[in-house]
Write a protein that binds this ligand. Structure first.
Ligand code: M6R
Length: 605
C-alpha cells in the first residue's frame, strides 16, 4: 500500500523519482508527490498532486532540479485523496519532509497533544504527526530527531525523511512496512519495493523491522532504532528490470496471464526427483521425521492467496493424507486460535508483506508454532519470518490483481503435497503420476492461452450481466471463488461463488435469465453431480458458461480445457476464467491494472 522512492547522488532527481513512482504506482494511486534538494541548496522544494503519477508529472515546475529527493504514491488511509493529504508532509518552516507507508495507530492522541502545544496541522493524515515530531525535536542530528519521534509512535511505518539542515542525507526507518536500499556507484536509492530500484542497481539491502539507515551519496549505514549499528551486506537481486515492463502487452494483467507457462516451468525447475518420484524443496527446513509427525496443516492467506491455499489444502489432504484447511489470515489472527504443536502452519502470500498474514505468522511464532511460507517475493517480511518454505518463482507481479502468482502458488502447493505425500504413504506410482501431470502443465497452459480469442468473444456476450454466479464442487469450489473475485475486482460486476452442492440451499433463488452462472465441471468422479447442478439452473432459465473437459450439453457455452490428473485440474481450470475477467473488464472500459479502491500490497490492517 503506497509506494516510496528516494535518491541521493549526482543525477537529476525529479525524472528519476517520477520513473520510480510510475513503477510503484500499483501499490497505491490516488495521489503522489515529491520533495527535492541539492547539496548547494538551502531549502526543500515540493510538488504534490491528487491523482496519478502522470498528474504529478504535469505539475512539476520548470527548473525543478536537484540531486536528492524523496517521493510517494498514495493509497489513502487517513484523509481522502487530495493535494494536501498527499505525501511528502512538511513542517510549517519547510525544514522537514516525510514520506510514510503504514499507519500511525496513536495518531489521534499525538495530534491532540501537538495541537495543545500550538501546532497547526495542514492535512488530515497520520503521517503529518511524524513530520511535526521530527521538526520539533531538539536533538542534534537528523538520525536522533527521527529516533526520538519514532519512540512515541505506535503502529507501522516505512519512512524516508529529509531535512533542509542535513541535506547530505536521507534517513529511513522500517517497522512493518517494507524498506529496501539500492546500493549504487556514488549514489544510493531507497524504495518500498525493488521494482523502483532495479533499473538502477541490482545490489539491495532489505531493512528489518526496528532498523534505520542513513543514506549519503557515497555510503550507507544501518542501525537499530536504539542506535546500535547493524551489519547489512548487499544482496544481488535476480529479477530483471524488463520483468517490470509491459513487454508489448497493453496491460500488466495481460502480460502476467500470458507468462504463466514459463512461470510454471520455473517453479518446477530443478525440483523434481524422478528417481524417488518426489520433489526437493531446498528451503523447507523440515526433515522426514518431522514431516511424518505432522497431524494437521493449517494454511493462512488473504484474497487470492487464501484461495490458492484452499486448493493447496485439498492437494495436501489428497496426496499426503494429512487433514488440511485454509483460512483467511485476517480472521485467524483475531480469534485467539488454539495453536497445536503437531500442526504445520503455512503462510501464503505473493508479496510476502500482507499485514494480516505477517501478523498471523508473528502470533503463531510467539506461541511456538512451526510456520512455513509459500511466498513469491524473495526476502520479503513473511519469507524472513517463516521457519522455512517454498518460493513460488512467478517473477514480479505488477497488476493489482493476481494471476500468475495464483497459478504458481497452487503448483508450489502441489510440490509440497507431493513431497509430504512421498514421505508418508503416497505410492511411487502415484508420485510418478503427479510428476507426469506437473510436467504437462506448461504445455497445457499454453494451449489454453491460445484460445484467448474465443474467450474474448464469450466475454463480450457476458459483459452486460449485472451479477454472476460461480459454482464448483470440492476442488472446483476454490476455482469458482477465485474466478468470481477476479471478475469483481476488475470489472466491478457483482459476483458470488458457491459450492455447487449448496445451490439448492438458497442461492438458487437468485437464478434467472439475467444472472448467468459459470460452472466448473471437470471430468472427475463428481461430473454427474455437477451436471445435476447445471440441470437445476437450466430449469430456472439460467444461462450457463461451463469450464469443462468436454462440451456440456446443459451449458449455453463451454470453454474446454485440457485434462490433467484430477488433483491438478484446478490449476488449469482457473486460467480461462482469468482471461474471461480480463476481457469482460476490457469490454467495460475498466482500468484493469489499477482497479478502483484496491492496492497491490495490503501492508495495513
Ligand atoms: O500479496 P498477497 O498474496 O499476500 O496478497 C493477498 C491479497 O491482498 C491479494 O491476493 C488480493 O486479493 C488481490 N487483489 C487478488 O487479485
Amino acid at each position: 500500500m503506497c509506494g516510496i522512492v528516494g535518491y541521493i547522488g549526482k543525477r537529476d532527481v525529479a525524472p528519476l523519482l517520477l520513473e520510480g513512482l510510475a513503477r510503484l504506482e500499483y501499490r497505491g494511486y490516488d495521489s503522489a508527490g515529491m520533495v527535492i534538494t541539492s547539496p548547494k541548496s538551502t531549502g526543500l522544494k515540493m510538488v504534490k498532486a491528487k491523482g496519478r503519477v502522470r498528474d504529478l508529472e504535469a505539475r512539476v515546475p520548470k527548473r525543478f532540479t536537484g540531486t536528492t529527493g524523496i517521493a510517494h504514491t498514495r493509497w489513502a488511509t487517513h484523509g481522502a485523496p487530495s493535494d494536501i493529504n498527499s505525501h511528502p508532509h512538511m513542517d510549517p518552516e519547510n525544514k522537514v519532509a516525510v514520506v510514510h507507508n503504514g499507519i500511525v495507530d496513536n495518531a489521534a492522541e499525538l495530534r491532540a497533544k501537538l495541537e495543545a502545544d500550538g501546532v497547526v496541522f495542514a492535512s488530515e493524515t497520520d503521517t503529518e504527526v511524524l513530520t511535526h515530531l521530527i521538526a520539533r525535536s531538539q536533538a542534534e542530528t537528523l538520525e536522533e530527531k527521527v529516533r526520538e519521534a519514532l519512540k512515541v509512535v505506535e503502529g507501522t511505518y516505512g519512512i524516508a525523511v529529509m531535512h533542509a539542515d542535513f541535506n547530505d542525507r536521507i534517513v529511513v526507518a522500517r517497522n512493518g512496512s517494507p524498506v529496501v536500499l539500492g546500493i549504487g556507484e556514488k549514489e544510493m536509492l531507497v524504495a518500498s519495493d525493488i521494482a523502483a530500484l532495479i533499473a538502477h542497481t541490482r545490489q539491495i539491502v532489505t531493512l528489518d523491522d526496528g532498523e534505520m539507515a542513513t543514506l549519503k551519496a557515497d555510503e550507507f549505514r544501518t542501525y537499530t532504532t536504539s542506535g546500535t549499528l547493524t551489519t547489512a551486506t548487499p544482496e544481488t537481486v535476480e529479477w530483471e528490470a524488463a520483468s517490470y515492463d509491459m513487454g508489448g502487452h497493453d496491460t500488466y494483467m495481460h502480460k502476467e496471464i500470458s507468462e504463466q507457462a514459463d512461470a510454471v516451468d520455473r517453479v518446477l525447475r530443478g525440483r523434481i526427483d524422478e528417481k524417488f518420484s518426489t520433489v526437493h524443496l531446498g528451503g523447507l527446513n523440515l526433515d522426514a521425521r518431522e514431516a511424518r509427525g505432522i497431524r494437521r496443516v493449517k494454511i493462512l492467506g488473504c484474497g487470492t492467496s487464501y484461495h490458492a491455499g484452499m486448493i493447496g489444502a485439498s492437494l495436501i489432504e489428497g496426496l499426503a493424507r494429512i487433514p488440511a484447511d485454509s483460512e483467511p489470515a485476517s480472521e485467524f489472527r483475531y480469534r485467539n486460535p488454539v495453536v497445536d504443536p503437531d500442526t504445520l502452519y503455512i503462510a501464503v502470500s505473493q508479496s510476502g508483506e500482507t499485514y494480516d498474514v505477517l501478523a498471523a505468522v508473528q502470533e503463531l511464532k510467539r506461541k511456538g508454532a512451526r510456520v512455513l511460507g509459500v511466498v513469491n517475493v524473495v526476502g520479503s517480511a513473511i519469507a524472513r519470518e517463516a521457519d522455512g518454505g517454498v518460493y513460488v518463482h512467478a517473477g514480479p507481479e505488477v497488476c493489482v490483481v493476481s494471476t500468475k502468482c495464483f497459478t504458481n502458488t497452487v503448483v508450489a502447493f502441489a510440490l509440497l503435497a507431493l513431497h509430504l505425500g512421498r514421505i508418508r504413504d503416497l505410492s511411487v506410482a502415484d508420485g510418478k503420476r503427479i510428476i507426469e501431470g506437473l510436467r504437462k502443465l506448461p504445455g497445457q497452459i499454453q494451449e489454453i492461452l491460445e484460445g484467448e480469442e474465443d474467450i474474448k468473444k464469450l466475454a463480450a456476450e457476458y459483459a452486460d450481466a449485472k451479477s454472476m454466479m460461480f459454482i464448483g464442487r470440492v476442488r472446483g469450489y476454490p476455482v469458482a471463488l477465485e474466478a468470481s473475485l477476479k471478475l469483481k475486482e476488475i470489472s466491478y460486476i457483482h459476483a458470488e461463488a458457491y459450492p455447487a452442492s449448496e445451490l439448492k440451499h438458497g442461492p438458487l433463488a437468485l437464478i434467472e435469465p439475467a444472472m448467468p452462472t459459470v460452472a466448473i465441471v471437470p471430468n472427475d468422479s463428481l461430473l454427474e453431480k455437477n451436471r445435476a447442478a447445471m440441470e437445476e439452473i437450466k430449469a430456472r432459465s439460467g444461462k450457463i458458461l461451463a469450464v469443462a473437459h468436454q462440451v456440456q450439453e446443459k451449458a449455453d457455452h463451454t470453454i474446454i480445457v485440457p485434462k490433467n490428473e484430477d488433483e491438478l485440474d484446478p490449476i488449469l481450470m482457473g486460467i480461462p476464467l482469468q482471461l474471461l475477467a480480463y476481457h469482460t473488464a476490457l469490454a467495460l472500459g475498466r482500468d484493469i491494472d489499477k482497479p478502483r479502491n484496491l492496492a497491490k500490497s495490503v501492508t495495513v490492517e
